[in-house]
Design a protein around this ligand. Structure first.
Ligand code: SF4
Length: 490
């Protein structure tokens, strides 16, 4: 019971990993631009924020706990002049939520300082920590990101130049890592061989000016008016030099591309573009697909804001059932929100979402959400819809059942806490109190990505982890394997 009570206090969501942003543009207010980039990527991490700025050979770092708008103000940004800035928003996946674990990580080498920002999670952090044990006295955090930085420092101090040192350090890492690294020789971007976490680049102004921008998502480029040039490819290292119109691109490792499919379904912002289109379009399409796969008679379709809305509109189009705004979200409830008391908790979901009785009363309602993790929030949501007068509640989920935890940079529960790993579909229906429940099929989810359907990690739906892990790491979260309460399919 204690474990369940604890689980109740954790957010009943897959939680994003981190946001990475960088600007290399001589003569531009790079700290201010990075502030805005991080602001656009705030959904990827709300625990801490930081910016490191190079001014000539010197680097200045400011980082703290909180949202970007809490950590920085105009005075702080004005004290950070320079031409290269690296920024980071953090949600903790390895290492606790403390200021020492905030990023970027800044270290000194024989070639000068560097700043590193990391999105992802290493699956060989213990092994790397042991290999770097002789440096343990210098560690100031408990993150895998700092281990990557120390591996880079060791490679540089061992005699390599920046590009070779970054490749050598990356070669010691296993897992998901999208990196922005600022050095005295320019800005480097690197993704792991599978490209699990996204990273894109673009430019400001005329391309010949060589003013470069890196961002976890294209929405970070949009906010500062930068043009999108392309993705940092899986297994690619790119070296940007200020004023040079063509960056140097190297494929440092070759693996099959495996972008996290949850970036498509829920993590990334709907206005960010992947594979040449906005995620709004993809999410709309999986909603249509869901309507084709699991039609049901009803009066209205509603979405759970914000992430369920595009799929709900798609479901409405696919089914011909009108879309309605049945739930209003309080947009200002963040992760640092003080937890309600038990009595208040019973009022539950309404802190964040409030149903509209005028819309719902007397109606058979189809409610679309992007995923079900533990099911605690969904259950409260169903009760709230019924309290608001819905006569039937049919839940449709725009992803397959989540049956496996993530090890690649997304904070998930252990497998035994994932409702679809423990219960059959009928048992989940009873548990949630819905009239019917259906998930999008894995085939439908992939088919909606058209030509890119083989380019995804889908491990949290099928247990096919693309990046090998030690048994100790696997067993830390895979409680039900190998006895295998297998994936519960719709
Ligand atoms: S396991 Fe799931 S959440 Fe983690 S990277 Fe793969 S698809 Fe994404």
């Amino acid at each position: 019971m204690a474990a369940v009570a604890l689980a109740e206090e954790r957010p009943d969501r897959m939680e994003e990993a981190c946001g990475v942003f960088a600007v290399y543009a001589t003569g531009q207010p790079v700290a201010n631009l990075t502030y805005f980039g991080l602001y656009a990527l705030q959904h990827r991490g709300q625990e801490s924020a930081g910016i490191a700025v190079f001014n000539g050979a010197k680097i200045r770092l400011h980082k703290d706990m909180g949202l970007v708008s809490q950590v920085f103000d105009q005075d702080v940004l004005e004290r950070m002049p320079g031409d290269l800035a690296i920024g980071h928003n953090r949600y903790s996946t390895t290492g606790s939520s403390r200021v020492c674990n905030a990023q970027p990580v800044v270290l000194m080498t024989r070639l000068g300082p560097f700043g590193l920002a990391h999105n992802g999670n290493l699956v060989n952090a213990n092994e790397l920590r042991e290999a770097l044990d002789h440096l343990a006295g210098e560690f100031t955090s408990t993150t895998d990101s700092e281990l990557i930085a120390f591996a880079l420092q060791e490679a540089v101090d061992g005699g390599l130049g920046w590009s070779a040192a970054i490749r050598q350090a990356a070669g010691r890492c296993r897992g998901a890592f999208s990196l922005a690294i600022g050095t005295p020789e320019g800005l480097f971007a690197l993704r792991d061989g599978y490209g699990v976490r996204p990273l894109v680049f673009g430019h400001m102004g005329d391309k010949h000016q060589g003013q470069w921008v890196l961002s976890s998502e294209t929405c970070g480029l949009d906010i500062i008016g930068a043009s999108y040039d392309g993705d940092v490819g899986p297994g690619e290292l790119i070296h940007f030099r200020a004023g040079e119109p063509v960056p140097e691109r190297v494929r440092w490792i070759v693996e099959p591309a495996k972008l996290c499919v949850f970036e498509m379904i829920y993590f990334a912002r709907p206005d960010s573009r992947f594979f040449g289109e906005s995620l709004y379009s993809y999410r709309h399409r999986i909603g249509e697909m869901l309507a084709r796969e699991s039609a049901v008679e009803a009066d209205i379709v509603i979405g759970v804001p914000d992430s369920g809305i595009p799929a709900a509109i798609g479901f409405s189009k696919g089914s011909g059932i009108p879309f309605a705004d049945g739930l209003i979200k309080n947009r200002y409830v963040g992760r640092t929100f003080i937890q309600p008391t038990q009595a208040m908790r019973e009022a539950g979901i309404r802190v964040k979402l409030n149903p509209l009785p005028d819309v719902l009363s007397g109606k058979r309602v189809i409610v679309i959400d992007d995923s079900i993790v533990r099911g605690t929030t969904s259950r409260k949501l169903v009760m709230a819809l019924r309290d608001a007068g819905a006569t039937e509640v049919h839940m449709r989920i725009s992803s397959p059942p989540v049956t496996h935890p993530c090890f690649y940079g997304i904070d998930t529960d252990n497998q035994e806490q994932l409702i679809a790993a423990r219960l059959t579909l009928d048992e989940i229906i009873v548990h949630l109190g819905v009239d019917s429940l259906a998930y999008l099929s894995q085939e439908g989810m992939l088919e909606a990505a058209h030509d890119h359907s083989s380019h995804f990690c889908t491990a949290c739906f099928d247990g096919n982890y693309p990046i090998p892990m030690d048994d100790a790491i696997r067993s830390s979260k895979l409680m039900l394997e190998p006895s295998g309460l297998a994936a519960t399919k719709p």
